[in-house]
Design a protein. Structure first.
Length: 707
């Protein structure tokens, strides 16, 4: 009996440990299977002395991993087969043309452009094209004179096939595990977001809190969009299953909870905080309990322990009679009660995770546009992107210049291990400077840290068993970190590359070439991004602000149209609202992007953040408006206020259209920043206890503060 209870207790402890984010992260299925694939094709050949073949197989496995971006099983199988064909062809042509440097340079430029432009058709094909370009560079990286022309192409392709077989085994053995892991991460971010919104109940700086909550919202939005796209892929493919219906219901619940957290933000005054510190602390503690429920939430979570009974208790333990409160304290008291109401709604939304969801209709979201597969339509889609206004075209052109310049330099200067330059350039290059610059810093820091450890390993003369252990741990670390913490991934790459060379007896003299090729490899893409349509965030922000304002105006126009039509369910209103949320998130991403650029100016960053703050307050009011929209009745007073609000938004839109490209855009706002900030804080303190007419009036007041 004791033994059985001990076993149950052990299982329960293990089940709880799975909820620890770090451990669950370490158990990521796709990353672990990729690491097993890599190690199982590299280590046996190393022990047999076939080092070149072992490297080729393992690098083919890595390249296929980078090209594996689909979530639908059928799509993943198609991508594996496409990688196999492209790897074999591209690697063979690379080996064949390599003895003719200038011919190969032309082939490298042309093939890289075409392969990277595959992203025009779909992100999946873009990932496959990127992986194929990388496979060609890997071919040159491990090329040795005297090998048969077919040797490396076949070995690289075999590594890709080996990776695909392992992933197919994982799909068969653990179906749906990846989506559940991503859903878990989504709820982890949502829990952090919830806590950040109730923290202002305790003493603290509101302005700092806005930055924290906005950053968490950006992280949540990235996870939400990723999971939503994966689900949409499966729906478009015609998939229908109970697992998919639960997952779809789960992210819909997450979206509703995220919307509720946006309405939680309330910063009481210092006097109110001091007088009711205990009550506010209990509310914050309750939000912490809900956050803990979010951290362990999952579909079919019928055993989720929710604090159902605590909400009424908190309301009843309100410390004062509202009739005895001053006008200011009464307002803050009502806002605090509104926070409790929103927490209870979050609790209700969480309780529905244990309920069923309707399975999506078969073929829901399927694209029936069959003519899209015709050659003429595909060519039209491709050719329409051959302009610098296209993100796909700009990125492909920068990559071609970076790789071609790198090839010319390593050919002319005869750089040892020069193909590391090309590999580094391809991996560092991102669509704009705001993404490329941090990537450069992470690549440098990861390489330098890795080379420092390699120096110690050489000093201590690591034996073969320790080299194998280092190689194994570094490979596992690489697959777990390369997409999330690129600098750590580069550190791991440096360790397992050195360990692999050391096992083959070729570790001498690789430190300096590795460093100099990394320096050259990070310099080329940054120069290309700087001189080929750099897309500075400072210049892009006014246009993004204009897009955001246009989205708000579109929502109000849709609302007016539905009121005039007398529609019970406003058509397109919810989609228009979600578009407003996306625009506001993109606006804050511009601030993060500007800070990521080299040498950002504090004044410009402050203006961008101020505009983001104003937009966030507007979005919160729009959220209230959207909540109340189902109960609207088209009376004269409502239509009058709505028309007046639309007129103010139209005026702001017209003003932004004139000022968006003005060199004085930031200077004008900078001159009035203190006044704008104080007026925004005043508006924000109004809270959520507002009817529709007052929401519209408050929107107009805020626009006047920003204009």
């Amino acid at each position: 009996m004791n033994q059985n209870s001990s076993s149950v207790s052990s299982l329960q402890r293990f089940s709880k440990s799975i909820q620890i984010p770090l451990l669950r992260y370490a158990l990521n299925l796709r990353a672990n299977i990729a690491a097993i694939s890599y190690l199982s094709c590299a280590l046996p050949l190393f022990f047999l002395g076939h080092y070149t073949t072992g490297f080729a197989l393992s690098l083919g496995s890595i390249a296929c991993h980078l090209g594996d971006s689909a979530s639908v099983t059928r799509h993943r199988l198609q991508d594996f087969m496409l990688c196999t064909l492209l790897f074999l062809l591209h690697s063979y042509l690379t080996i064949t043309l390599y003895p003719l440097p200038w011919v190969y340079g032309l082939y490298l430029a042309g093939s890289s452009f075409v392969l990277l432009m595959l992203s025009v058709f779909s992100p999946r094909l873009g990932a496959v094209g990127f992986a194929t370009v990388l496979a060609g560079i890997y071919t040159m990286l491990i090329y040795q004179p005297g090998l048969e022309d077919w040797h490396l192409p076949v070995a690289l392709t075999a590594g890709a096939v080996w990776y695909g077989l392992w992933q197919c085994f994982a799909l068969w053995r653990w179906p749906g595990r990846e989506d559940r892991d991503l859903q878990h991460e989504l709820y982890q971010e949502l829990a952090q977001k919830l806590i950040s919104h109730t923290r202002p109940l305790l003493p603290g700086s509101y302005r700092e809190t806005f930055v924290v909550t906005a950053k968490l919202r950006a992280l949540y939005a990235a996870k939400y969009n990723s999971l939503q796209q994966k689900i949409q892929q499966r729906l478009t493919a015609g998939e229908q299953s109970e697992e998919l219906s639960w997952l779809l219901g789960s992210i819909n619940t997450a979206d509703k909870i995220a919307e509720l957290t946006r309405l939680l933000h309330f910063a009481p005054g210092a006097a109110f905080q001091k007088q009711h510190e205990s009550w506010l602390a209990r509310i914050h503690e309750l939000s912490g309990e809900l956050a803990q429920c979010l951290r362990i939430a999952k579909p079919k979570a019928k055993s989720l322990s929710l604090p159902m009974e605590k909400f009424d208790a908190l309301r009843q333990s309100a410390p004062l009679d509202t009739t005895e409160l001053s006008k200011e304290f009464r307002h803050q008291y009502l806002q605090t009660l509104a926070v409790i109401d929103k927490l209870e709604l979050i609790n209700i939304a969480l309780s529905r995770l244990g309920s069923g969801y309707h399975a999506p209709a078969a073929g829901a979201g399927r694209n029936s546009a069959l003519p899209q597969s015709s050659v003429s339509v595909l060519w039209q889609k491709f050719s329409s992107q051959l302009t610098l206004r296209s993100n796909h075209f700009r990125h492909a052109v920068r990559a071609v210049f970076s790789l071609t310049l790198g090839w010319m330099l390593i050919t002319i200067l005869h750089l040892e291990f020069g193909f590391w330059t090309l590999m580094t350039s391809l991996l560092v290059l991102k669509p704009n400077l705001a993404l490329t610059w941090p990537r450069l810093l992470q690549r440098l820091s990861g390489t330098i840290a890795g080379l420092a450890v390699v120096t110690l390993m050489q000093h201590w003369h690591f034996s073969e068993p320790w080299l194998v252990v280092t190689f194994t741990l570094a490979a596992i670390g690489f697959f777990h970190t390369t997409n999330r913490f690129y600098g750590v991934g580069v550190f791991c790459v440096t360790l397992f590359v050195f360990s692999g060379f050391a096992l083959s007896g070729h570790s001498d003299g690789i430190l300096l070439p590795r460093l100099e090729n990394t320096l050259l490899g990070v310099a080329l893409p940054v120069l290309c991004v700087l001189f080929i349509a750099p897309e500075w965030q400072k210049r892009a922000f006014p246009n993004q602000l204009l897009v955001t304002v246009s989205g708000y105006l579109s929502y109000l126009s849709t609302l007016r149209q539905s009121l005039n039509d007398g529609a019970a369910e406003p058509k397109g209103l919810e989609d228009s609202f979600k578009q407003c949320v996306r625009h506001d998130t993109n606006l804050f991403d511009h601030w993060l992007g500007y800070l990521a650029e080299p040498r950002p100016k504090n004044d410009i960053a402050e203006v961008i953040l101020l505009c983001c703050h104003g937009s966030n307050i507007i979005l919160r009011l729009f959220t209230l408006l959207n909540w109340q929209s189902r109960e609207f009745k088209a009376d004269d007073a409502l239509l009058t206020e709505l028309n007046a609000t639309i007129a103010v938004f139209e005026n702001w839109q017209s003003q932004l259209e004139k000022d968006a490209n003005s060199p004085y855009f930031f200077e004008i706002i900078l001159q009035h920043k203190n006044d704008i900030r104080s007026r925004l804080q005043e508006i924000e303190q109004r809270g959520e206890q507002l009817d529709t007419l007052n929401i519209l009036k408050l929107l107009r007041k805020e626009l006047k503060a920003l204009m």
